[in-house]
Write a protein that binds this ligand. Structure first.
Ligand SMILES: [Zn+2]
Length: 450
């Protein structure tokens, strides 16, 4: 009995020892966890793309397959890894914890078999685990949203496993810490270069810059336009549209990297269709009389075209509501009239001078019946309220200012704020909004052969 009682007695000293051991084990586990996830766990963004490997000078050796390369003592050593499937082994003794190293591979995400004991591989993000319950990796902003990044867990510096992410990558990747991993890293493929091509497009069409990314599998391909010439505009779909003929450059810049490229784009008018019927030239169905294309001597409509006259009347009435008085000073002129007029000017001013303001017979738009000179036919008309009104409004009634200021070399004539050409409302509006002369709009020129 007494023995039993003695046996049943609690030996407190032993209990304390057992409890102490249990507590100690718990403490060690907790401490290990703390060290694993709070101190040692960190994350890295690995940049992988280029053709070479850059190794910090503190590394003594780089092993590619079984070939060991001794690294020379320079700041960086560049090694070309040609095979896309090359596995990169990094070996070093005396590795310092805070060493940075950049390893780049060609066109492929890095595959590490032997993970160096360095703080990071190309540190982009030195995120330290905040809580032992989760690993939070805050991504650089350019890796956020819909960009594919690979997350790897690392253990013992030589076991690297890709971790499947349950959630879509947003700003932060949250990983439940797994005991088998000491740390994590993210890879993305950095863009090395953007290539864009010079091209020729038709006016009114979308400019395709033919953008090529090097490498094509780069993770981030975002770019923005930093400079577009005034012959282009960005439409609501954020595409570049060629609005008028000419030549200009377009510059794009990668949103996050310092890659800027410029292409020269030539904008042509849509291919024109030039037809000659009974000696009269039509470009895309529009009768043309300028220095290049003349009207035959016997082309004689005898008066201003009816539609043009009706349009003028509509315009005159609209103008009078704005207290603007318009009248036709000179309308239709026959071949013969123009011949007399031109010859007179040549007599007075010489041929060269006369050609700048008067058409040679057959080359006058007035012979077509579609042209008219309004109000005052001399330079005093420039800048008057009537001239300003005409320039601003005539397209609404089917007219264009045929010889605008600054386009003398294209039209072949000096600025004539009084000379209108009837095209009909649709075409006049198109030409007006293009900001082009009729010659530019149709892709033709206006030059005498001699
Ligand atoms: Zn005129």
């Amino acid at each position: 009995m007494g023995r039993r009682r003695r046996k049943g007695r609690i030996r407190w000293n032993r209990v304390f020892i057992v409890l102490f051991i249990i507590l100690f084990i718990v403490f060690v586990i907790k401490l290990t966890n703390y060290i694993l996830y709070n101190n040692k766990v960190y994350n890295t963004v690995v940049e992988s793309s280029a053709k070479d490997a850059l190794i910090n000078k503190k590394y003594k050796k780089l092993r590619i397959y079984n070939k060991t390369i001794d690294l020379i003592k320079s700041d960086n050593v560049s090694i070309v890894i040609k095979n896309k499937n090359t596995k990169v082994y990094l070996e070093s003794k005396n590795v310092e914890k805070n060493m940075d190293i950049t390893v780049k591979t060609y066109n492929k995400r890095l595959h590490f078999d032997n993970f160096p004991k360095v703080k990071s591989l190309f540190i982009e993000n030195k995120g330290i685990v905040k809580k032992s319950s989760k690993v939070e990796i805050t991504l650089p902003k350019y890796l956020t949203k819909n960009h594919i990044v690979d997350v790897y867990g690392v253990r013992n510096d030589n076991r690297v496993n890709q971790i499947d992410l349950a959630e879509k990558v947003e700003n932060t990747i949250t990983i439940k810490p797994q005991k088998q991993y000491e740390r994590y890293f993210i890879t993305y493929i950095k863009l090395d270069d953007i290539k864009i091509k010079n091209s020729t497009v038709n006016s009114g069409s979308i400019v395709n810059l033919n953008i090529k990314y090097v490498p094509e599998v780069a993770t981030i391909k975002d770019y923005e336009y930093t400079d577009i010439g005034d012959i282009f505009m960005i439409n609501k779909d954020k595409k570049i549209v060629a609005k008028k003929a000419g030549k200009s450059t377009i510059t794009i810049k990668h949103t996050y990297q310092n890659i800027t490229k410029t292409a020269t784009i030539t904008v042509k008018e849509e291919k024109n269709n030039i037809e000659v019927k009974n000696g009269i030239t039509y470009v895309n169905g529009i009768l043309i009389a300028n220095k290049t294309y003349s009207l035959p001597k016997d082309y004689d409509p005898g008066k201003i075209n009816d539609d043009a006259l009706k349009a003028f009347e509509e315009m005159r009435q609209a103008a009078s509501k704005d207290k603007i008085t318009l009248w036709i000073q000179s309308g239709y002129r026959s071949y013969k009239t123009q011949e007399e007029l031109y010859n007179n000017y040549v007599k007075q001013n010489g041929k060269e001078k006369a050609d700048t303001f008067s058409a040679r017979p057959g080359h006058s738009e007035h012979q077509s019946g579609y042209a008219m000179d309004l109000n005052i036919i001399d330079s005093s008309f420039e800048g008057t309220k009537e001239a300003i009104w005409i320039e601003k409004n005539c397209y609404k009634y089917g007219f264009i200012l045929r010889y605008p200021k600054g386009k003398e070399k294209i039209t072949g004539y000096k600025y004539e704020p009084w000379h209108l050409r009837y095209l009909g409302k649709d075409l006049a509006k198109k030409v007006f909004s293009s900001g082009l002369t009729l010659e530019e709009y149709l892709g033709i020129d206006s030059k005498y052969k001699d």
